[in-house]
Design a protein around this ligand. Structure first.
Ligand SMILES: CC(C)(COP(=O)(O)OP(=O)(O)OC[C@H]1O[C@@H](n2cnc3c(N)ncnc32)[C@H](O)[C@@H]1OP(=O)(O)O)[C@@H](O)C(=O)NCCC(=O)NCCS
Length: 207
């Protein structure tokens, strides 16, 4: 797995007008909930920093991260599309972004380890995935599934049961399988780490 990562503390963001292009600023102005505004800005700040390093563009306003209807962000540098794999996640005061020149597909997810109700577990996971049931395991599984959903570019427009991660191995069925096949059945790797501060973080990559 070869990717660059940036983690941003959402309590310490620079002002929006120092980060955003006019088009990004126009979208940002349509967001009204303070939490959503901060997360959206933080995700952009994190991804622009990663892309800036990879593309050697220090002026973050020359890199634009614009939303597509699917929710998957689209990146432009100096007005031109950037085709590098990338992904954003935010959770409980942090935004994280990753990008890669080497991987063709990338998805990341960060979640806080918390106790969640049984209905969530039963709705969200396939029984085959539930090889353990503790909070850390279920949070790790959630991050793996969402990293894969972002890698596919669908988010939760798919049924979560169609994207499984069983002992770290992805398994797709139904529409998820169709999309995976359309992407050319890339060989995928999923890596999960626990952060000291009580978070789980997963990266899904494919060449
Ligand atoms: C992608 C998805 C799964 C993200 O879920 P999330 O955990 O709520 O949010 P995260 O902070 O980890 O990720 C959000 C980022 O994912 C990215 N994203 C959104 N849709 C995406 C898609 N179709 N493909 C790739 N990436 C996508 C965006 O960059 C977004 O951040 P931004 O809007 O600030 O740019 C989202 O599509 C979704 O469907 N969320 C619903 C939340 C939900 O029900 N979660 C299950 C809990 S039981």
């Amino acid at each position: 797995m070869a990717y660059q990562l940036e983690v941003v503390d959402l309590t310490n963001l620079p002002p929006a007008d120092g980060i955003l292009s006019p088009q990004e600023q126009a979208y940002y102005d349509t967001l009204h909930f303070p939490k959503r505004r901060t997360e959206w800005l933080g995700g952009r700040f994190a991804l622009k920093q990663v892309m800036g390093r990879i593309l050697e563009i220090p002026d973050l306003k020359q890199i634009e991260v614009l939303p597509q209807p699917s929710g998957k962000p689209h990146v432009l540098a100096k007005g031109q599309p950037v085709l590098l794999a990338h992904s954003i996640s935010h959770s409980h005061g942090f935004a994280v972004a990753a990008a890669s020149r080497e991987e063709r597909f990338l998805g990341i997810d960060l979640e806080k380890i918390e106790h969640r109700i049984a209905a969530w577990k039963n709705d969200f996971f396939h029984p085959d995935e539930l090889t353990a049931e503790d909070d850390a395991f279920l949070t790790a599984l959630w991050t793996q599934k969402e990293a894969l959903l972002k890698l596919l570019g669908t988010g939760l427009s798919l049924r979560s049961n169609e994207v499984c991660c069983i002992n770290g191995c992805p398994r797709f069925t139904g529409r998820a399988l169709e999309i995976y096949e359309r992407l050319g059945c890339p060989a995928l790797q999923v890596s999960t780490k626990r952060w000291e501060t009580g978070f789980m973080f997963s990266v899904a990559c494919g060449k």
